[in-house]
Ligand binder design. Structure first.
Ligand SMILES: *Cc1c(COP(=O)(O)O)cnc(C)c1O
Length: 531
């Protein structure tokens, strides 16, 4: 039985712009509608031609399948088209500006990909004898060296596999250091504007989380922090530059106060892109900081791979870093892996991962670092900050920019929905941005700004691209301030209109639910029902 022999479906009225003439196919010019594979294919059809096998006796006994497997049959071109059409409905960093603040969605140079795919890096196995992977170990060691130089720190744990994983690694080092001195403490202080992973990590590591308020300028309130410090505070977690896109100028004073009270300083280094080559966290008194290789050193989320979150550590925390680590002696490079290797790294708190970390990310990050060089990395930070300030100053007359008066921003510009009319909010502006062909910025985060819009252009956008984005933003912002209700209908030109996001988040439909027909019996069209 064929569900939908020619593959087209009538257009769904909900997806038509007001006043639009629906097309017969549901397609809009080159934007092609695409049903699910299950709706497109059929159960009794197959894309491959295999002769039936005549068996004398089946030897599967009770394990023989009694029902059809329920997978739709499609020819190769049908399957290829399905995935190609879906891929064209994606927005990607290789398609256009991706201004997601807090994510550093920068261009991912092809050189990195080429290097990461070299067989000597891509096709090795973590259990291979170490003398056969000396180049890979050298790469990890060289990258570690760059990270230490750039941050001015003492040691680095390379294995954590994301920013949040690095936070956990850092806090476990802090816990181990405090316990080693017989001083178990209970509280971790986190600023109000922190990324959600910070309090989550602290809680996961067994600490009680308390908020530190921000001052009117969007920075940590130093007096409030000092007033809260005491013998129960294990650490503070500070993001610098912070999540409002501002540098924390009191960082040295914060570190001194925390150290004087016997605590340790964790820095969320996800925003290192803004200061790489300009500021060394080690000079600011920081004890532990993760670096999102997949933000600062390219391969943004969606860049096709996993992340990596190495943690740089101060002298106080280095001895507690997890295994494994790469070391070099007269025989070459060697991995110190055994927890029982007591004499080499006796205070290691354990390990974070089964093997050594994300090799593919290490390769990409080192390619990025070497192709930029020290001067190029400094320029990355300067251009990222310049681009963000260009956006801030180009929009502050049409959008409320709560911290614009405190001076320049760092790598991201923040706006609020103050002044929008007619019940409109940030979501309406963001949806209209989709119609203009842009991925929306980060919305409603950080929580300290009402209806926050966090825009991070990154250093890789040209002036022309920024100007086009600014023109779109200005036009939508004017409409929002005028209370233009047509914004509530946006996006009008997207493959899907405005969805019920709450319902989708609360009751996600993750599986195609349909009765799998029993052997030899295909479902009738009426049984196919809706999705
Ligand atoms: C991205 C980010 C994190 C978390 O990093 P992941 O790699 O996504 O786990 C933490 N803090 C800040 C400020 C971030 O931007």
């Amino acid at each position: 039985m064929t569900l939908n022999p020619s593959g087209w479906r009538p257009s769904t009225p909900t997806n038509d712009a007001p006043g639009d003439q629906p097309t017969v196919t549901g397609n809009r010019a080159l934007q092609l509608e695409e049903p699910l594979l299950f709706e497109r294919g059929s159960y009794d059809q197959t894309g491959v031609d295999i002769e039936a096998v005549a068996l004398d006796e089946a030897r599967l006994g009770g394990l023989a399948r009694g029902r059809d497997i329920g997978l739709p049959g499609l020819s190769e071109p049908e399957a290829v088209r399905h995935y190609t059409r879906l891929s064209r409905q994606n927005y990607a960093i290789d398609l256009g500006l991706f201004p997601l603040g807090s994510c550093t969605m920068k261009h991912n140079p092809r050189l990195n990909e080429k290097v990461a795919r070299m067989p000597g890096f891509a096709d090795i196995h973590p259990l291979q004898p170490q003398e056969t992977v000396q180049g890979a170990l050298e790469l990890i060691e060289s990258l570690a060296g760059w990270l230490l130089t750039l941050t001015g720190m003492q040691s680095v744990a390379m294995s954590p596999k994301a920013g949040a994983h690095g936070e956990l690694c850092g806090l476990l080092c802090i816990r181990a250091a405090l316990e080693a001195r017989g001083d178990a403490r209970e509280v971790v202080l986190v600023p109000e504007s922190a990324h959600g992973t910070n309090p989550a990590t602290a809680a996961f590591a067994g600490y009680r989380v308390e908020n530190i308020p921000a001052n009117a300028a969007g920075r940590v309130d130093l007096d409030a922090l000092k007033a809260r410090l005491g013998p129960d505070v294990a650490a503070v977690m500070i993001t610098n530059p912070n999540t409002c896109g501002l540098f924390e100028p009191d960082m040295i004073a914060i570190s001194e106060a925390v150290h004087a009270a016997g605590g340790l300083v964790y820095c969320d280094g996800a925003n290192f892109n803004a200061i790489v080559g300009k500021v060394r966290p080690g000079d600011l008194g920081i004890d532990a900081m993760h670096i999102n290789l997949h933000k600062t050193f390219s391969t943004p989320h969606g860049g096709g791979g996993p992340g990596a979150g190495p943690v740089v550590l101060s002298k106080a925390l280095g001895p507690f870093a997890p295994l494994p680590f790469v070391t070099r002696d007269s025989d070459g490079y060697r991995l110190v892996e055994e927890e029982s290797a007591g004499d080499e790294h006796p205070q290691a708190f354990g390990r974070m991962v089964a093997f050594h970390g994300q090799m593919g990310m290490f390769t990409r990050a080192l390619s990025y670092i070497l192709s930029h060089g020290a001067d190029g990395l400094r320029q990355v930070a300067e251009d990222a900050v310049l681009n963000a300030n260009y956006i801030l100053r180009s929009l502050e007359d049409v959008l409320d920019a709560p911290f614009a008066k405190s001076g320049p921003c760092m790598h991201e510009a923040i706006f609020s929905d103050r002044g929008f009319g007619g019940g409109l909010s940030t979501i309406d502006l963001a949806k209209a941005l989709i119609d203009e062909g842009f991925h929306p910025m980060t919305m409603y985060f950080p929580l300290v700004v009402h209806g926050a819009m966090l825009v991070e252009p990154t250093e890789t956008e040209s002036r022309a691209a920024l100007d086009q984005f600014i023109a779109a933003m200005r036009s939508i912002a004017e409409r929002a301030k005028a209370g233009d209700q047509s914004l509530k209908a946006a996006p009008v030109f997207a493959p899907r209109r405005r969805l019920d996001e709450t319902l989708a988040a609360r009751k996600p439909v993750l599986a195609y639910k349909e009765a799998v027909p029993s052997a030899g019996e295909a479902p009738t069209p009426s049984e196919q029902g809706g999705r």
